[in-house]
Design a protein around this ligand. Structure first.
Ligand code: SF4
Length: 382
């Protein structure tokens, strides 16, 4: 007997040509032998977990990293074959791979398409080669443009491009230049993720900033970049559907929306997180340990209390500009949102941070989106 509970799958492929200076993701270079053993471990883990997912219908698969496009294509194909054999994939499932320019040529991209991958997420970050160099990226704008052109030729009709603002040495003008270059691609991408650089502890950038060696845009320029992103992308026909994500009609990322709506998901690979049966856990972060025992490396298993589930429902759901559904809240928890959060909601509406976009919905206002972290704190119950 099989049900139709929805599930998302995430595969973490931690290999990168070299480490970017701002990056604190679980990623880094690996030898071809390490990569081969890791990919085999991923397949083993995927097959071993399939039994616990018999009742689920997989709505999206996301190959993230790291730089999945550095992986051997035959091994990626084997992984996707194994996923198709072991899991029930929805006919219209979204299959995304993250690609970095300079790591995927036309041949690779055609093989991804033939393997059923229907969405690409390309890490550009900046169209300015000086900024790219300062970030420690391995590619130039030209290499990005070449990858993008080849992706279109390979038949990809759903492409995301990542851009970043508040970079060292970046002016408002050069950031707008990046947006303009991305928007002038032919045809322009269906989706744009626009994040502001965050200095993460443990990264070379963090250390350099501590020593006063990073020339970062001042706060006013940073805010201007943020506001210009919204203005420019709206003018170009992109809807802002999440704090940092913009898409043309019908191209919001299904996988990420599922995450914000608390759809259940299983993460495979080092450090990959999962949420299933209201339990969160993470795989070990140690690559060697993972490869030795990809099935027995779950850590930090946390069964969520009802209060924690309610908090997550609000924190994650409010990131989406469509907001959260009052009816859905009641259905999930057997109590109305008014009963649990009535007082907080009224206060935040008075402050101009929340509003009701339509009957039965609650969402952050423009101002609320700008200060979302502050608003979310008010929804803490524990
Ligand atoms: S390519 Fe991405 S994951 Fe790899 S080091 Fe750079 S930012 Fe990190």
């Amino acid at each position: 007997m099989t049900g139709n509970r929805e599930l998302e799958l995430y595969f973490h492929i931690p290999f990168c040509v070299r480490k970017c200076l701002y990056c604190d993701f679980l990623s880094g270079p690996g030898s071809p032998e390490e990569e081969r053993r890791y990919m085999e471990a991923l397949i083993l883990e995927a097959e071993a977990r399939a039994e616990e997912c018999r009742d689920f219908l997989v709505t999206s698969v996301f190959l993230g990293g790291g730089t999945p496009s550095t992986a051997d294509t035959a091994q990626l194909e084997a992984l996707l074959r194994s996923v198709r054999t072991s899991y029930r994939l929805a006919g219209d499932a979204e299959l995304t791979i993250e690609v970095n320019p300079g790591t995927a040529d036309g041949e690779k991209l055609r093989r991804y398409r033939a393997a059923g991958i229907n969405r690409l997420s390309i890490g550009l970050q900046s169209a300015d080669d000086g900024e790219l160099r300062r970030l420690g990226r391995i590619h130039t704008w030209e290499q990005f443009a070449e990858t993008y052109r080849e992706a279109r030729e390979a038949g990809f009709s759903n492409i995301n491009v990542d851009v970043m603002s508040a970079l060292p040495g970046q002016s408002l003008e050069s950031y707008l230049g990046t947006l303009e270059k991305v928007l002038s691609l032919a045809p322009p991408p269906e989706h744009i993720s626009a994040y502001s650089l965050i200095l993460e502890e443990g990264t070379p950038f963090f250390e350099m900033a501590g020593k006063g060696l990073l020339e970062l845009p001042d706060e006013d320029t940073d805010r201007a970049m943020y506001h210009e992103t919204k203005r420019r992308l709206a003018k170009a026909g992109y809807g802002r559907y999440e704090i940092s994500n913009y898409a043309r009609e019908g191209f919001a990322c299904e996988h990420n929306c599922g995450y914000w709506r608390r759809r259940e998901y299983l993460g495979f690979g080092t450090g990959a997180a999962s949420l299933i049966h209201n339990t969160r856990f993470q795989n070990c972060r140690d690559r060697e340990r993972y490869v030795r025992d990809p099935v027995g490396c779950r850590e930090d298993v946390q069964v969520l209390s009802v209060e924690e589930q309610m908090e997550e429902f609000m924190f994650l759901g409010l990131r989406l500009t469509e907001g959260v559904s009052l009816e859905e809240f009641g259905r999930c928890f057997g109590r109305s949102m008014e009963q649990v959060y009535g007082e907080v909601i009224r206060r935040k509406i008075r402050e101009g941070l929340l509003y009701r976009p339509e009957e039965g919905k609650l969402a952050l206002t423009e101002l609320g989106l700008d200060v979302s972290n502050y608003v979310m704190q008010a929804f803490l119950l524990t």
